[in-house]
Design a protein around this ligand. Sequence first.
Ligand code: LRH
Length: 480
Amino acid sequence: MTLLAAVDLGASSGRVMAAHVRGDRIDLTETARFPNRAVNVRGRLYWDVLGLWSGILEGLRAAGDAAAIGVDSWAVDYGLIGHDGHLAANPVCYRDNRNAAAKTKALEQVGAADLFAATGIQPQPFNTIFQLAAETASAHRALLIPDLIGYWLSGVPAWEATNASTTGLIDLATGDWSADLAGRLGLDLGLLGPVTPTGTVLGPVLPEVAAATGLALSAKVVATASHDTAAAVAAVPYEGDRAAYISCGTWSLVGVERDEPITGVAALEAGFTNERGADGSIRFLRNVAGLWLLSESVIAWRAQGLDIELAALLAEAAKAERLRSVVDPDDGRFADPGDMPARIRAYCAETGQPIPESPVEVAACVLDSLALAHRRAVAALEELTGEAVETIHIVGGGANNALLCQLTADATGRPVLAGPDEATALGNALVQAQALGLIAPGPAARRAVARASARPRRFDPRGPETPWGSAAARFPTCVA
Ligand code: LRH
């Protein structure tokens, strides 16, 4: 048995998992979980990266004698490092409003279709390329969040490939930073170092980290699949070929794995992106606003003094009238933090639907809407790839939301296989295990271990899709 530590940072919480590699399976135990939420200071939305760092050290201390550590997190955000090697500015959250104007300006210089053809990445305001265009602080290096944590752990700067792909600055043809795009947008490529292959062993932990955590000085830091979605996709326990995944948490990332990107205008307009997978494959997927709508609603209700317990709320929402009112979760008004129930009510009023009043009605509306958005994304996937999707794997925290899994099966008319809920941490650990030679290389060996480590729960569609088809007509078929 070998112990690995998987540090997994999400937009609403971070955790450290102890991963026990036992031959053909990996068992995970949580050693620390700590909240994460963007903090608004003078109108700028920051991450509390130092709070995350404290939580990580605590989790590593509790994890025991790990042979290696890998870090994954949400994509696109970065920390700036000065010439002295220290943090030069606090990382800004991708939901900060500085990005929209920078995107508009950048797209005037490089058209959306050209940008998409060159990088395969859907132009979204939060892409690093637009954030760097909006950046006012100067620095020596920019490190994406997991690479920043990896640097603090090991002293070695890295630009891990799966997460680097989400920046929107990687040339699809070369897999390297695009000097052409950087030149046209006036971005300083000197902030970025060589792209680090996924699974690179960066080096041992720094002595100060060993002292603070009790880790051995020989414990290695591995550049795992550091984009959380790439890590989750690396752990999907596929059983057949024609399967799509939904990596479901703050976002629902709905996609398939492919050998080749799809960069035509149809994919651009349908909101799809081509991110890099752990083995250099393409994760062809669409960002659907996920359980963010529900988690922000819960925060708003609790701030109003309501006593909300999520499991009880979902149990009631399961009994509510279905498809009473639906919103398009990808409507821009839902992207910023804030009073989500009020925005949902405003949307329903504007579209002439019954207005969800109680938390149960709002939760039912959100879950029906997410299931519909999943249906829309799966339909677009089939159309764009020309391949049928027969099964849907829901992985990540959303796999624990039985109502969402069932509604997704109902809305898509496909069986849903739910789990593992900790797919991200599992994928993180699987890639580390391969880097250390504990598991044979390649996706097939990794999938076999993923299957042995998790048994998905099956949800079959309960009836005809017809009501979902009619409800789907209530919001547009594709919104970028
Ligand atoms: C999910 C995720 C997603 C990105 C978004 C910024 O956590 O990494 O893949 O698009 O965050």
